[in-house]
Design a protein around this ligand. Structure first.
Ligand code: NAD
Length: 437
């Protein structure tokens, strides 16, 4: 048995009792736990990579760079600065209290719950956990049941390296999540769909538990007339087809200036071939769609508009080739929900203001990517559209920086993490004024 044998209630009670001993508050304990996690990941690396291959057909390279390396990077970054982050911060005190000192003390919340999705099943479980541990909390992880091999390996790693009163995995389906959410946690960190995010927030409200919601949505990519088309095509192909489009911050749809449409389609075609081969259906390393249900949902989108590039699919292999669709409108079915697959619908525009209006009329995206060299165009989009975060002349890379807090806004989520922000997210900031009388 790799997962805990305790019920959610027993596990939370056990962790709460341990948290109250104060052990996790010591910086030495946190540093030791992070180092142990690092060494566990290194020992399990091959097994994690095989599990990613089994569940999603992720190649070893893609698995290492997008899952394992990001978590190891977060651990190393945290270990470098944790002793400084934990210190109380002195802030000015009002002149009216001349004998007063004001300090902000970061303190752990207590028992935390991390609920993870299936698309980056290792990274999105363990990255937030680095923050939870660094801030001195105990952790219960609920991995995704849709990637069962990664779920099992993650639970095994945790069980081998940590006592369950401090850090435990509870594997299972939705019922397990529901059982966990009935309990009173001190912090919940959820990554998943907007729809389930609402369920989590409702459950958290019962206990007034603070929550981070890392959700999804439709992230636009705008290619303006003055863009470097080759570079834009390279970034969009990289960002869209990584993990076969099953990436929360993948470019969901394209808005291309009418004047450069044809040239841009050719650049995309070229880049897809360069990156994924002449016949992607024969590429043994192109990731698969996670399950038949998602395959069928995506396959139906292939009937939207007109296929300009790609369009083939194979249900047996759960494979869909990189596909570009044109003849799409804002009312097409594919524009009504997050795609989460290797299908890229394209619309064209001549008036950027109209495009901005359309985006702003819809739920706030998790990411936005803009391709232009003009500062004026960058300012226009940045000042008028609210979204989680994004890039100009690039895709995805804002989320790989330890220095940039990552998260959504509105329907795409609330709260953020990565680097120091993970520590801050999992810490309560206790403000203290002390008078020296
Ligand atoms: P999901 O919401 O279906 O599931 C996420 C987790 O919630 C799983 O562990 C699942 O067991 C649990 N869950 C599912 N239904 C539940 C319910 N009714 N009650 C309680 N728990 C429940 O999401 P998913 O399909 O695993 O992931 C895809 C979604 O996640 C996409 O929308 C994507 O954009 C989003 N996502 C966001 C980020 C981000 O960082 N913002 C990252 C990855 C994925």
């Amino acid at each position: 048995m790799t997962t805990t044998t305790l019920s959610a209630k027993e596990l939370v009670e056990k962790q709460r009792k341990f948290f109250r001993t104060g052990e996790t508050k010591s910086v030495a304990y946190r540093i030791d736990a992070l180092k142990r996690l690092r060494s566990g990941i290194e020992t399990y690396q091959e097994r994690i990579l095989s599990a990613l291959r089994a569940d999603l057909n992720k190649s070893e390279g893609e698995g290492f760079y997008t899952e394992i390396r990001l978590v190891l990077g977060e651990i190393d970054y945290t270990l470098k600065s944790l002793e400084e982050w934990v210190l109380p911060r002195t802030v000015p005190t009002s002149d009216q209290i001349p004998d007063g000192t004001s300090k902000i003390h970061p303190e752990p919340y207590g028992v935390t719950l991390v609920i993870a999705p299936w698309n980056y099943p290792f990274q999105l479980a363990f990255s937030p956990i680095v923050g939870a541990i660094s801030a001195g909390n105990t952790v219960v992880l609920k991995p995704s049941e849709l990637t069962p091999t990664v779920s099992k390996i993650s639970a095994e790693l945790i069980r081998e390296y940590f006592p369950e009163e401090f850090f435990a995995a509870m594997e299972g389906e939705v019922e397990t999540s529901t059982e966990l959410l009935r309990e009173k946690f001190d912090y919940i960190f959820f990554t998943g769909s907007t729809q389930v995010g609402k369920v989590v927030m409702r459950a958290a409200a019962e206990h007034l538990t603070p929550t981070t919601l890392e959700l999804g949505g439709k992230s636009p990519s705008i290619v303006h007339a003055d863009a470097n088309l080759k570079s834009a095509a390279q970034s969009i192909v990289r960002g869209k087809f990584l993990n076969a489009g099953q990436t929360c911050v993948a470019p969901d749809y394209l808005l291309v200036h009418e004047d450069v449409r044809d040239a841009f389609i050719e650049e995309l075609r070229q880049e897809i071939t360069n990156k994924h081969g002449e016949d992607v259906m024969q590429n043994p390393d192109f990731p698969h769609i996670v399950n038949g249900k998602n395959f069928d949902r995506l396959n139906a989108f292939l009937e939207n508009g007109e296929k300009v590039i790609g369009g083939r699919s194979d249900r047996e292999q759960l494979m869909i080739e990189p596909t570009l669709l044109q003849g799409i409108t804002w009312d097409s079915p594919i524009m009504q929900e997050e795609i989460f697959g290797p299908i890229l619908p394209m619309m064209t525009y001549t008036d950027l203001d109209e495009v901005i209006e359309k985006i702003v009329d819809r739920p706030k995206p998790l990411a936005l990517y803009l391709f232009t060299r003009a500062q004026q165009v960058q300012d226009l989009v940045l000042n008028n559209v609210s979204f989680g975060g994004g890039c100009v002349n690039e895709t995805l890379l804002h989320m790989s920086s330890h220095e940039l807090p990552f998260g959504g806004v509105g329907d795409s989520g609330m709260g953020s993490y990565h680097g120091r922000q993970s520590f801050e997210t999992f810490s309560h900031h206790k403000s203290m004024l002390v008078r020296n009388v």
